[in-house]
Design a protein around this ligand. Structure first.
Ligand code: HEC
Ligand code: HEC
Ligand code: HEC
Ligand code: HEC
Ligand code: HEC
Length: 217
């Protein structure tokens, strides 16, 4: 047999195989990186029918979250307020402002406003607001500084790893119950001293679960 092909070509199939594997691995890694929630949802900020600003209402005017999201302590669901809640003020404030026309229409026709939902966990995950906000977990832990946002955006991954991070060491994340709705709260020295031991977990009787059935029922 004559050597038509130089000797190194014998290794071609191997090179092709290794090359293929590397490319394949990169594609999978890339897809995992970009399509897992951490990267695809953080930053999500849909355009809303009315450019409602939390910065103005919760930040500057200092309205409590529960003024509008009044279900958050009582149920799994944190409701979005109806137009009627807005009209308590806007029947006099910015009364004829065109930006508030959709609110006036919804109010007069008794129709819901079509807000675009920003945060959504998959159906196979069980989530409950009240169990968190009644146990010293502040909105800011899962939604960021909403009181400084002009338009709400998805600030935290809310992935399984994110949930488990806190369920594994809740004492690092909880705060006094009185500060749950105060998003700007920073732990003082006393609180830090107390929480850096088992004391806080015992005192608050925190029983966070890592078992699958807690969140997948
Ligand atoms: C004056 C009423 C009002 C107050 C006060 C208010 N909100 Fe809202 N909130 C709304 C409305 C209306 C929406 C829906 C439109 C939007 O997403 O901007 C909303 C949406 C949200 C969303 C996104 C919901 C989704 O679609 O996933 C979060 C999170 C939120 N609010 C948190 C807070 C927190 C935390 C506070 C207290 C610091 C607060 N809100 C105070 C009216 C209010
Ligand atoms: C407690 C009273 C109060 C409530 C309740 C309230 N607002 Fe306002 N809103 C204000 C005030 C005060 C301003 C600032 C007025 C100004 O700019 O002169 C304002 C400003 C606005 C603006 C103009 C924002 C800008 O960029 O200038 C919009 C839009 C608005 N509100 C929508 C809403 C919607 C939607 C709701 C219900 C979810 C709501 N507001 C509930 C008091 C309220
Ligand atoms: C432990 C994490 C966590 C905390 C704390 C938390 N949220 Fe949420 N929030 C979520 C998740 C997850 C969703 C998506 C739920 C779904 O799929 O319906 C959500 C959704 C929302 C929504 C959209 C409506 C809904 O229920 O689907 C609003 C409004 C909201 N949160 C407001 C608040 C406010 C106000 C607070 C503080 C009083 C708060 N949240 C505290 C995780 C949290
Ligand atoms: C910042 C801390 C924190 C984060 C983030 C968090 N949790 Fe929790 N979770 C808690 C605490 C504290 C409790 C209350 C435990 C108790 O009652 O003693 C709790 C309780 C629960 C419970 C009910 C009690 C149980 O464990 O059986 C469920 C279900 C739950 N969390 C699901 C979730 C899901 C889903 C997410 C992510 C979307 C999440 N949590 C994120 C702190 C957190
Ligand atoms: C504290 C709450 C919590 C616990 C405990 C938990 N999960 Fe999850 N899990 C989640 C959330 C939230 C998601 C959805 C993440 C997303 O938005 O895609 C999820 C997603 C999943 C998925 C879908 C694939 C993925 O990674 O997105 C699987 C499979 C899964 N969980 C299995 C498990 C198993 C097995 C256990 C027990 C070892 C477990 N989970 C415990 C909250 C939890």
């Amino acid at each position: 047999m004559s050597n038509v092909f130089p000797k190194w070509t014998n290794r071609l199939p191997l090179i092709a195989l290794v090359g293929g594997l590397v490319t394949g691995a990169c594609v999978i890694a890339g897809a995992t990186y970009y399509f897992t929630p951490k990267y695809s949802r953080v930053g999500y900020q849909p355009v809303q029918p009315v450019s409602f600003s939390h910065e103005i209402h919760a930040g500057q005017l200092g309205l409590d979250c529960r003024y509008c999201h009044n279900g958050v302590e009582k149920s799994w669901f944190s409701n979005i307020p109806a137009a009627e809640t807005c009209m308590r003020c806007h029947n006099s404030v910015l009364k004829d402002d065109p930006r508030l026309q959709p609110i006036r229409d919804a109010f007069e026709n008794d129709k819901p406003i079509k807000w675009v939902q920003v945060h959504k966990t998959p159906d196979y995950v069980y989530f409950n607001h009240s169990v968190h906000v009644n146990r010293g977990v502040s909105c800011v832990k899962c939604h960021g500084r909403v009181d400084q946002m002009d338009e709400v955006k998805h600030a935290k991954p809310l992935s399984m790893a994110f949930c488990l991070d806190c369920h594994r060491s809740p004492h690092e994340h909880v705060r006094p119950q009185s500060e749950v709705f105060n998003l700007g709260w920073e732990p003082g020295e006393d609180w830090v001293a107390e929480r850096d031991g088992a004391a806080l977990v015992n005192k608050m009787k925190l029983r966070t679960s890592e078992s699958c059935s807690a969140c997948h029922r």
